[in-house]
Ligand binder design. Structure first.
Ligand code: FDA
Length: 304
């Protein structure tokens, strides 16, 4: 219920401005977002890497409504790839296609992704396409398949969400091709016609899908903070894939000590590090995942 209300606010400009105000005043934003610029995020990224963690960077932004803004977003990603290369910062990128204008013109978006991937090819980097609400699933997969055809599995990966009914078919098809697949539970508000409404069913489906991944030629990216799933995957992986052919992935600011303990135990662990000024929708999804975050925010504001 609270989750749905919060996720609905993520789509409203009025509530976005309120959330920005609350997030800044409470300081809670900094727990989930590494900074408002790359300069601010850089010490955070280096700190994670010093602890043996891998990183993937999200230059925040989504639901871009005009093509010039989409182009600017793509140019910023290209600049970021060059900068990572020049400064020898070993980090991949994660990109939302709605930031590149998917909702306005899928062909334009596809070309922008192509230009980012061409740069990634030059500097030998890797890009994962994030998965957004189910309104975008089909078009995101179409653009991803196009990119896969041109750039191959070693250059571009995809996120799939265990809460969607369709994901099993998508995952079976893409895992057979040996793709990098980041499997998460799913963070958007979805109708019962397309997604499991109950968390227990999502968790059950996650286990089923992750088993398929580990039995396929895919490179599994296990994106969860759920301890039961983490332990399940540790057991599952033992006899199926060597540790350098899959990874755990977690979000910046969530279960930090677990990220470090898994890395110390010899697992590959990649942290998803978001930065930028357009952090409100991302931050709202993090609040929606855990009501305790909202309670913290309100309590903190109450004290001021
Ligand atoms: P679950 O929600 O059951 O949480 C398990 C435990 O993790 C909780 O008990 C708590 O301890 C901790 N936890 C989880 N969320 C927390 C929070 N917000 N604050 C504090 N603690 C928290 N989704 C999507 O739809 N599209 C995408 O492209 C991505 N990309 C992505 C990349 C990566 C690397 C990760 C880890 C996740 C995503 N997600 C995503 C988000 C994902 O779908 C999901 O919403 C969150 O990971 C929370 O689900 P868990 O699997 O962690 O389980």
């Amino acid at each position: 219920m609270l989750r749905n209300v919060l996720l609905r606010t993520a789509a409203s400009p009025f509530w976005i401005s309120q959330i920005e105000w609350w997030g800044r005043r409470s300081g809670l934003t900094r727990r989930f977002v590494a900074g408002e610029s790359f300069e601010e995020a850089l010490p955070v990224i280096r700190g994670l890497q010093d602890e043996g963690l891998l990183t993937t960077l999200d230059q925040l932004g989504e639901d871009t409504r005009d093509l010039s803004a989409a182009r600017r977003a793509a140019d910023k990603y290209i600049e970021l790839l060059r900068r990572l290369n020049v400064e020898s910062i070993p980090s991949t990128l994660s990109i939302k296609l709605s930031q590149l204008g998917l909702a306005i013109d899928p062909n334009f978006c596809r070309d922008l992704l192509g230009s980012i991937l061409a740069e990634a090819e030059k500097v030998d980097n890797f890009v994962t396409v994030d998965m957004e609400s189910s309104a975008y699933t089909e078009s995101t997969l179409e653009v991803y398949r196009w990119a896969l055809d041109r750039f191959g599995t070693a250059r571009v990966g995809i996120v799939l969400q265990a809460y969607l009914f369709r994901t099993e078919a998508d995952l079976r098809a893409l895992s057979a091709l040996g793709c990098h697949i980041r499997l998460c539970k799913g963070a958007y508000r979805e109708p019962r016609t397309v997604a499991f409404p109950r968390k227990s069913d999502v968790n059950r489906n996650y286990r089923k899908l992750v088993r398929v991944l580990f039995e396929s030629p895919a490179y599994p990216e296990v994106a969860t903070h759920d301890e039961r799933l983490i332990r399940y995957v540790q057991r599952l992986a033992r006899e199926r894939k060597p540790r350098d052919s899959w990874e755990f992935q977690m979000l910046f600011g969530i279960r930090r000590s677990r990220q470090r303990s898994l890395a110390r135990a010899g697992y590959r662990v990649r942290v998803y590090v978001p930065f930028g000024t357009q952090w409100a929708p991302y931050f709202t999804r993090r609040l929606a995942e855990r009501p305790a975050n909202l309670v913290f925010l309100l309590r903190h504001l109450g004290r001021r």
